[in-house]
Structure formats: structure tokens, C-alpha cells
Design a protein around this ligand. Structure first.
Ligand SMILES: C[S@@+](CC[C@H](N)C(=O)[O-])C[C@H]1O[C@@H](n2cnc3c(N)ncnc32)[C@H](O)[C@@H]1O
Length: 218
């Protein structure tokens, strides 16, 4: 299987993109770690179909994604095509930024964290989740099946936690808290419904998502 670049991958994945063990753990971590968007100005950077901001009770909820096909497949009322390394927003426009399961597709983290810091107001917060290096070390790949059932791998980069935290700090974002999402009972149904209960036993306890909450210095 040859790895596809991110735009080609999500062009093919968009119509079948759905919840899986990794995205479900990301949702659990966001619920536990991110401030509630209620009444805030929220940017979801790399929003995909926009499913996380759709129906949000934020005062303003905007999603951007580099894949027009993912945006087209989605439901978010306010979403636009843009790259997270060059956000089309003014300084300080948001109280809260989410960047969920996106940064492993970005080779250099510097521009992304600088952009998040720039569009956040002083004191604003950033929730980031990423594919965990332990999962990559255990042989997990970013793969999906297209509408014809063909398996594809997506080209991605591995960013250790220290790189996230160090790059964010240089952009003026200090770490509030971090946590890992591990394979366990809450995601067992994804393995069972794929008929891969054997893989569940193998993966149990494996860290597959790394999550961070940062705050922009005032
Ligand atoms: C795993 S999906 C996650 C989508 C969404 N955050 C969610 O949790 O449902 C990753 C998304 O990141 C987007 N993406 C990757 N690199 C990007 C970039 N540089 N700028 C904007 N979006 C990007 C992809 O197009 C894809 O929609």
C-alpha cells in the first residue's frame, strides 16, 4: 500500500469518513479537557466534516479544513477551505481553538502553533489532539478504505509530546494539562463490530491519542 498525501487521502475518504476508536477517544479527551465552547468564539482548525462544531452552543463556531471534499460531506453551518498554517482570520479573533487529529499531517509544527497563538485572544485556550507516537511504534498506520473497498495509507509525521509542548511554548502558548487516550472498554465496540476482538486484546492499554490544553499568555 503506497501512502497518499493528505489532500488526495481525504478526497477519497470524505464520503465514508466516520467515527472510529481513535476519533472516539479524541472526543472523550476533548469533553474532559477542553473548556465548554458555550458562549465562546470557537475555531475548529482542521475540522474535517465539521461534525465537532455542528450544533455547538458556541457564540461563533467556525471550521476550516484543507479538504474541500471533507467540508462538502459535512454539516457545519460555517466552514471554509483554509490551511491551518495560514489562517484567514485577524489576530485575537477566537476565545478557543480546537485542532483535533490534524497535526500528524503537518511536517513542521511551528507555523501551525504560531497561527493558533495569533488568532487566540490573550488568555484564550487551545485544545490539540494527535495520533500517539506509541501507536505508531506499535505498528498502527493511518489507513482507510475508499468507496470501492480499496485500502489506502495516509502519509503522516510523528510528533512526540515534547515537540508539541516546546513548539507551543515558543509561540507563546503554555501547557495547562495533557493526557493520553488509551484503548479500553470505551472503544471495544469498534473492534468487535469490525470482527477484530483479537486486535482489541493486543491493543488494550495502548496509548493511541495524545491530547494537550494550552493557554495563550496574556
Ligand atoms: C482525522 S481528520 C479529523 C477531522 C476533525 N478534526 C474531526 O475530529 O472530526 C483530519 C483532518 O485534517 C485535515 N487537514 C490536514 N492537514 C491540514 C492542514 N494543513 N490544514 C487544514 N486541514 C488539514 C484533513 O483534511 C482532515 O479533514
Amino acid at each position: 500500500v503506497s501512502a497518499l498525501g493528505v489532500r488526495e487521502a481525504y478526497r477519497l475518504w470524505a464520503s465514508t469518513y466516520s467515527e472510529n476508536a481513535v476519533t472516539s477517544l479524541d472526543e472523550e479527551l476533548a469533553a474532559a479537557m477542553s473548556p465548554s465552547p458555550r458562549g465562546l468564539r470557537l475555531l475548529d482548525a482542521g475540522c474535517g466534516t465539521g461534525r465537532r462544531v455542528a450544533g455547538s452552543d458556541a457564540a461563533l463556531a467556525i471550521g476550516v479544513d484543507v479538504s474541500q471534499e471533507m467540508l462538502n460531506a459535512g454539516v457545519a453551518p460555517c466552514a471554509a477551505a483554509a490551511d491551518i498554517v495560514a489562517l484567514p482570520f485577524a489576530d485575537g479573533e477566537f476565545d478557543l481553538v480546537w485542532c483535533r487529529l490534524v497535526l500528524s499531517y503537518v511536517a513542521q509544527l511551528e507555523n501551525a502553533y504560531q497561527e493558533f497563538a495569533r488568532v487566540l485572544r490573550p488568555g484564550g485556550q487551545l485544545f490539540v489532539s494527535d495520533f500517539h507516537p506509541d501507536a505508531v511504534a506499535a505498528g498502527h498506520k493511518r489507513t482507510f478504505r475508499d468507496t470501492n473497498g480499496e485500502l489506502h495509507e495516509v502519509l503522516h509525521f510523528v510528533h512526540p509530546a515534547e515537540r508539541h509542548v516546546g513548539t507551543a511554548a515558543r509561540a507563546g502558548l503554555s501547557l495547562v494539562t495533557s493526557r493520553d487516550g488509551k484503548v479500553g472498554e470505551s472503544v471495544r465496540s469498534f473492534y468487535d463490530s469490525a470482527g477484530r476482538s483479537d486486535l482489541y486484546e493486543r491493543d488494550r492499554g495502548l496509548k493511541v491519542v495524545a491530547a494537550f490544553l494550552f493557554e495563550r499568555s496574556t
